[in-house]
Design a protein around this ligand. Sequence first.
Ligand code: AHM
Ligand code: MG
Length: 337
Amino acid sequence: MSSIGKSINQFINEQQNKTDSNSDDLSGLIADIASACKKIAHLVNRSAITGIGGASASENVQGEVQKKLDIITNDVMVEQLNHHGHLAAMISEEIEDIIQIPEHLPKGKYLIAFDPLDGSSNIDINISVGTIFSILRCTDASREVRSDDFLQAGTEQICAGFCVYGPTTMMILTTGNGVNGFTLDSEIDEFVLTHPDMTIPEDAAEFAVNISNQRLWETSVQRYIDECIQGVDGDREKNFNMRWVASMVSDVYRILIRGGIFLYPLDTKSANSSGKLRLMYEANPMSFIVEQAGGLSTTGYQRIMDIKPTDLHQRVPVILGSKNEVERIMRYHQEDK
Ligand code: AHM
Ligand code: MG
């Protein structure tokens, strides 16, 4: 029987029952995340009316000016997720330190890393933004959670997902058993399954990159993008199209729907030449989703999910999407080594 139209809670409960009878609180945690995302969708949607668009007076841990909505949506995530006893602690792209669960509240066995409002520089121009999250297991929740509890490779994730606040609000989710997409039905205020078993085509002819950084990339990336631009007039067998929303959730969503390659590669302008995107909040969850949908995700040299993190806010180069295109650029990195 088709699962289309099932609510996200119903779907996750059924999936978990099949695989792990001990995972009730993962379904509960996903339900809390879905509630937080519904609230964020509403806030984003009304931000121009309520006056919460625009910059705040503060900077985040990476020294970037925070949007008011970065701070507000961070608080929504914390408040929605901290009181049902599913989590041992949280980390957020917007907050320097670990967010511990207050002592008077119950603690659970999971850890979550989230970017509450990815692509927030797009808010003022009414382009899609999103929330990204990654769930890990906490090995010892009996004491205060430390950084090293979070510093697990992406392969240890047990669930990852993202929400896109676009023309429709969607949640994309994996628990390591494929990728499913849910659309927020505003009539019933529920995420319902609309995109079961999302898979990324192995071949594609669309690339997404901020081309203004071209002069700062490594030769292997320059070569790959040059060849895409030259298309059949150069060394490629097809012509390519370019799309760059500058909102990772939208760019990755597009790749899940029709394939393509997304790059935020190493460049010489980023601190320590490490790329822009954050391993724990963006690269790992997106890599888990992309791999579960049949795609690949790499720094160019290494599978992203194999990286052992050393810092909660570390950045990495990200190249992900359709298998054959990602393999090609990995080959170029090897050749240039
Ligand atoms: P953010 O977390 O501060 O919003 O930054 C991440 C975003 C991604 O969504 C997007 O892919 C990238 O930054 C866009 O960067 P650029 O402005 O260089 O095009
Ligand atoms: Mg982000």
